[in-house]
Design a binder for this molecule. Structure first.
Ligand SMILES: O=c1ccn([C@@H]2O[C@H](COP(=O)(O)O)[C@@H](O)[C@H]2O)c(=O)[nH]1
Length: 239
């Protein structure tokens, strides 16, 4: 029933809230994302809980600092045993390359499989006006593809981007590259603070490997039903 391409964002503040949602979603969901609000308040205990439940984990802390700090930070996080973690691509090539090299060396030392390391391109909440206001003169989509290519060259396993850019990233970076897309909204659901959105079916058709979905499931009257409906749309999209 579950589909590892669907990652549910656990944007809550306590382990009790996590347990409630994970119990409610049951066998419908096999992959969860832990973000800043949860990790900063509940800590690594949440990872242990999800692992006990045999769930896969994307640790979405979006590290952004100098190369040494990011790579050492990732080495600390790697020990918790998550499947995916990430940095900001705007930290630059040297930061990404140092991080990718360091975690592979460290994983070898620890004799473990390194988590997939992916890079956030341009946040899906950002629209062209926000982008221009920051002094940028290119289009968001051009920057996303540029950062995705740079991430690939630096040894990243994939990127976080909007589902609207997935087709271009797939063309530029090839088949063996993760494209993890937040900003996914089933038709008719609230957009919230997202800008560059697409439906679950469109995200997959554009080449996304994983869909990160939070509020359309968490805020639904019946989260399990909402997840099952999304899973059905995903299944039909690939036929
Ligand atoms: O560009 C990005 C990067 C990360 N996110 C995260 O994904 C989820 C989306 O949640 P929704 O409730 O489905 O909007 C959230 O945890 C963000 O931190 C993103 O949205 N965009």
């Amino acid at each position: 029933m579950a589909d590892n391409r669907l990652i549910v964002a656990l944007d809550v503040h306590t382990l009790d809230d996590v347990k409630k949602l994970v119990e409610e979603l049951g066998d419908a969901v096999s992959y969860y994302k832990i973000g800043m609000e949860l990790y900063y308040s509940a800590g690594p205990g949440v990872i242990d809980y999800l692992k006990e439940k045999n769930k896969n984990i994307f640790l979405d802390l979006k590290l952004h600092d100098i190369p040494n700090t990011v790579s050492e930070g990732l080495c600390s996080l790697m020990k918790h045993g998550v499947s995916i973690f990430n940095v900001h691509a705007s930290g630059g090539y040297t930061m990404m390359k140092t991080a990718a090299d360091k975690i592979r060396q460290e994983a070898e030392k620890l004799n473990i499989e390194p988590p997939k390391l992916i890079a956030v391109t341009v946040l899906t909440s950002m629209n062209e006006q926000d982008w221009k206001d920051m002094g940028n003169t290119d289009l968001i989509s051009d920057r996303v593809v540029r950062l995705a290519k740079l991430a690939k060259k630096a040894g990243m396993d994939g990127v976080v981007a909007s589902p609207q850019e997935a087709t271009m990233i797939r063309q530029a970076c090839g088949d063996d590259f993760l494209i993890v897309t937040p900003g996914v909204r089933p038709a008719g659901s609230d957009i919230n603070d997202q800008s560059r959105i697409a439906t679950p079916a469109a995200a997959l058709q554009n080449g996304a490997t994983h869909l990160v979905i939070g509020r359309p499931i968490r805020a639904a009257e019946n989260p399990r039903q909402a997840a099952l409906k999304i899973l059905e749309e995903m299944e039909n999209a690939v036929k």
